[in-house]
Design a protein. Structure first.
Length: 176
């Protein structure tokens, strides 16, 4: 599949099968994450793989949605604030760097036939406490990872087997 097809196939999955993700696929995805670029090559991130039942329950407390609970595993993507590059004007780039790495994760998962969803609206303070994360580490994104239960249609939250076109602005609206 070419890159445009890959991007078109990636979507925010909100229903997962109970199948485990194969170690080889997870290793491949994590290698893609490891190779993601970052500002000044600081790589200010940490990725926690959550697949033990007790830890999954902790994470589900931080984002209490029925669909989220269907995922067989999760990744917590964190920014290491003491390692992020800071531009001369004070702009911190950790959030940008973690976003690049997480999208590498999502695209690699899609290529491997797996599904993901960016989750940023979660209780990050509770997550940090439950997982005992150090002071410098901020959980930024939760990513459920697994096989999609069924293909969801873009944009409207309904499910089915056919994808609607992605609802995106026209090229001339975003390119100047």
């Amino acid at each position: 599949m070419n890159f445009l097809e890959l991007v078109k196939n990636r979507y925010s999955c909100r229903a997962y099968k109970s199948l485990d993700v194969e170690k080889e696929k997870l290793d491949y995805i994590l290698e893609c994450v490891r190779l993601a670029p970052s500002a000044v090559n600081k790589q200010p991130w940490r990725f926690h793989i959550v697949c033990k039942e007790e830890e999954k329950a902790w994470l589900q407390q931080c984002y209490d949605r029925d669909w989220f609970k269907t995922a067989p595993m999760y990744v917590i993507a964190s920014v290491l604030h003491d390692e992020e590059w800071v531009r001369a004007d004070g702009k911190h780039h950790g959030d940008i760097d973690i976003a690049i790495a997480v999208e590498h994760l999502c695209l690699a998962a899609t290529e491997q036939g797996l599904a993901t969803c960016w989750v940023c609206n979660f209780n990050a303070v509770q997550c940090k406490e439950l997982f005992g994360l150090p002071e410098n580490e901020e959980p930024a994104v939760l990513i459920p990872l697994g096989y999609a239960a069924e293909r969801q249609q873009a944009g409207d939250g309904t499910s089915g087997t056919e994808m609607k076109p992605k609802n995106r602005k026209a090229t001339e609206e975003i390119i100047k």
